[in-house]
Design a protein around this ligand. Structure first.
Ligand SMILES: O=C(O)C1=C[C@@H](OP(=O)(O)O)[C@@H](O)[C@H](O)C1
Ligand SMILES: C=C(OP(=O)(O)O)C(=O)O
Length: 460
């Protein structure tokens, strides 16, 4: 029996809340995988606990890694990770997680036997061809061009050309495991532009932090030298993309939302929110990390900011280098439309589109045709759901045009997409009677979403 739809709360007053966020999905799943491939036991601190992270943990365990939780708080889980020989014979469930379906197969190709992969029904539709062809070119045998498939090594590594315009994760997946390939790897991208380049930067930065030599000096070419991956003590930053709906609430309600422990230097896509939300009419400031806006209370977990102690003293390179501040976003209740190329930060599109649907001037979102291969076809889903509520959204070849039009209540379908569900919540702040279908899908990256959202609205 499907769960009843979630009545998205409407904000009757401006929100004033501090919202600590759990760890980044993208950093967590890279850190766990690198720790599993390392030359000794390591630690991943303040890792996200969510469906995607749990799927990564299960995948690495199935391949022979020992992962032991040392401490779990609402800021995340500290994992002791002890690598083992990579075992064949495993079956990996990727769920709907791009980071599992693209990052784990290159590791599986190093196993001593075949490894099979499958996932949610929609996972079978997400693009996999370029990374599977690349693994074949590097020596692996694979029996299909999409999920489900079985992969067998050995994988020698070497040079490969692929079209990564469908997902940056094809490049990241190959790079993450490549130091363990006998010949390392040289990847050449040929095709339309690669999306989500900051996520490839994240991969490179995290590889370098564990001693892997990466050459990214030439556009669309990446080289990883074979060699050991150092065991480290890594700390995960808060998930800045999951900050998006909460910060959007400041714009929609004319309130103030503070996110603690926002890194001063980061490769996370969510950092682009500072500029995007400014363009849409917000005031964005940084406050010292130990300050709390007066009169605010903490929404969500009520624990110290995720990443705060880690970023003061921690070992994650991005956090350790430059520390963190609070990020404070204040809105006016009046949203200006935006014309933005989101190719680098496509995962922010559902929140930006939700804001655009509430804006007083038209918006155009460009550069994101690859969103058709995300958790759902996000361009079609956003246009359909905004229009279902009476809005005016139109798909283009590479994005969306959204024009102002008054919205009314109704069902907002999530398509099993966590960011569609949170986009429905953002619209619901301003539009009475919005009901989000399958809000539970937020568990992909933020299992506490409903509690955090409710606490944000109740905070004063
Ligand atoms: O490497 C990563 O952690 C991610 C890369 C991006 O994928 P695409 O390049 O497929 O957009 C992003 O959208 C996704 O949420 C996470
Ligand atoms: C595209 C996303 O996820 P995935 O890692 O499954 O690709 C996302 O989180 O917006």
């Amino acid at each position: 029996m499907p769960a009843p739809h979630w009545p998205a709360p409407t904000a009757t007053t401006p929100v004033t809340a501090t919202v600590p966020l759990p760890g980044s999905k993208s950093v967590t799943n890279r850190a766990l995988l690198l720790a599993a491939l390392a030359d000794g036991p390591g630690v991943v601190r303040q890792a996200l606990r969510s469906r995607d992270a749990d799927l990564m943990v299960a995948a690495l365990r199935a391949l022979g890694t020992t992962l032991t939780p040392m401490r779990e708080t609402s800021a995340g889980v500290d994992w002791q990770v002890t690598p083992g020989p990579i075992r064949g014979g495993a079956h990996i469930d990727v769920g709907l997680a791009g980071t599992v379906m693209r990052f784990v197969p290159p590791v599986a190709a190093l196993a001593d036997g075949p490894v099979s992969f499958d996932g949610d029904p929609h996972a079978r539709k997400r693009p996999m061809g370029p990374i599977l062809d690349a693994l074949r070119a590097l020596g692996a045998r694979i029996d299909n061009d999409a999920l489900p498939f079985t992969i067998s090594g050995p994988l020698a590594g070497g040079e490969v050309t692929l079209d990564a315009s469908g997902s940056s994760q094809f490049v990241s997946g190959l790079l993450l495991a490549a130091a363990r390939f006998e010949k390392g790897i040289t990847i050449r991208h040929v095709g339309p532009p690669v999306p989500s380049l900051p996520h490839i930067e994240m991969t490179i930065e995290m590889l370098r932090a564990v001693g892997v030599r990466v050459d990214a000096g030439e556009r669309d070419v990446w080289r990883v030298e074979p060699g050991p991956i150092a065991a480290r003590d890594m700390t995960v930053e808060p998930d800045l993309s999951n900050a998006a709906p909460f910060l959007a609430a400041a714009l929609v309600t004319g309130g103030t939302v503070t996110i603690p422990a926002w890194p001063l230097h980061t490769t996370q896509a969510g950092d682009a929110l500072r500029d995007l939300l400014t363009t849409m009419g917000a005031t964005v400031t940084r406050a010292p990390a130990d300050s709390t806006a007066s009169g605010t209370t903490t929404a969500g977990s009520g624990t110290p900011a995720a990443g705060s102690d880690a970023t003061a003293a921690g070992s994650h390179p991005t956090a350790a280098r430059s520390g963190t501040t609070d990020l404070v976003v204040t809105g006016t209740g009046h949203i200006t439309g935006i014309d933005a190329d989101l190719r680098d930060v496509g995962e922010l599109t559902p929140t930006i589109a939700a804001l655009a649907a509430l804006a007083s001037t038209p918006s155009r979102i460009r550069g994101v045709p690859h969103l058709r291969g995300h958790e759902t076809d996000r361009l079609a889903a956003l246009a359909t759901e905004i229009n279902r509520l009476g809005g005016d959204a139109e798909e283009t070849d590479d994005g969306l045009i959204i024009r102002p039009r008054p919205l009314h209540g109704g069902t907002f379908h999530s398509y099993d997409d966590h960011r569609m569900a949170t986009a429905g919540a953002v619209i619901g702040l301003a539009v009475p009677g919005v009901e989000v279908e399958n809000i539970a899908t937020t568990a992909k990256t933020l299992p506490e979403f409903v509690q955090m959202w409710t606490a944000m609205l109740e905070a004063r």
